[in-house]
Design a protein around this ligand. Sequence first.
Ligand SMILES: Nc1nc2c(ncn2[C@@H]2O[C@H](COP(=O)(O)OP(=O)(O)OP(=O)(O)O)[C@@H](O)[C@H]2O)c(=O)[nH]1
Length: 301
Amino acid sequence: MGLRSKGLVKKGIMGLGDMGFNTRVGAINWFPGHMAAATRTIHDRLKFADFVIEVRDARIPLSSANQDLQPQLRAKRSLIVLNKKDLTNPNIMQKCTRFFESSKQDCLPINAHSRSSVSKVYSIIFGLQFIDFWVQNPEMSTGLLKLLELVEYKLKEAISREPTMLVMVVGVPHVGKSALINNIHRIASSRFPGQRQSTLKNDSGCVSFLVQGKMKHATVGPLPGVTQDIAGFKIAHQPSIYVLDTPGVLVPSIPNIETGLKQALAGSIKDSVVREDRIANCSIFTCSSKFKRDTFSLEEL
Ligand SMILES: Nc1nc2c(ncn2[C@@H]2O[C@H](COP(=O)(O)OP(=O)(O)OP(=O)(O)O)[C@@H](O)[C@H]2O)c(=O)[nH]1
């Protein structure tokens, strides 16, 4: 909201008279055709995935979950990555991690722009640094260690059975999937400098590989919906590990305005979908609740 225009804030100020925030707005239905198509493809591809990374926004770890994907994700080996931890309060992050652990979901707070942070995800995927990672992170939860063991086991199993592993990265728009993949890709390139990079092409029903000589990057952007196609990046040899970047997808109907507002503030949906005046009112209402006051002078906004 900090970057939003003054005009928006003014709209909110104009609605300050009643200061109350109306949450009885109902569901938000915004599910364009390309998102419906991408959702179907993601569901199909998930069947082939050996491991799934669900990226969520660390500032809204529950509201940034795509509920429609959850049943399929729970049935897979998966990890919830809470990205943009640099934008959150570390105490809240700790509470969050404990919450996920108590619900038997492994999660890892990261900053996709930080190499050391992304190295942890890379280690989990690759399993090569398993021992180092364990030694270097004694504070890691037993849940995560268990997950690492599972990934290592899965890796061994995969090598003997099928020398290719598929890791899918999914999540709602704008949570940082492409930024994470690009950094995983960078780490992989520095570890395997001579290796030719590959792009994974998705044909209907099966996965096929198109080897390219040049390194390709996932597109990162300031607006939601930047990634439109599923693209694959090879990050390791023997076994070959491919990481799939997928378009950000929302549920067909966001159940309540609060979730919609949080997603709009985090950048996952366009402001116009929930309406700019509501975003402005919500921000003002939140500030006023926080400071336990009813009014603001213009300067304080
Ligand atoms: N502060 C901060 N910004 C991040 C982080 N990760 C990504 N971003 C920013 O968040 C925005 C969205 O990142 P993307 O990687 O394009 O997100 P995405 O999930 O691939 O987006 P879609 O293609 O819309 O699904 C970009 O402006 C990134 O620079 C992070 O850990 N911290």
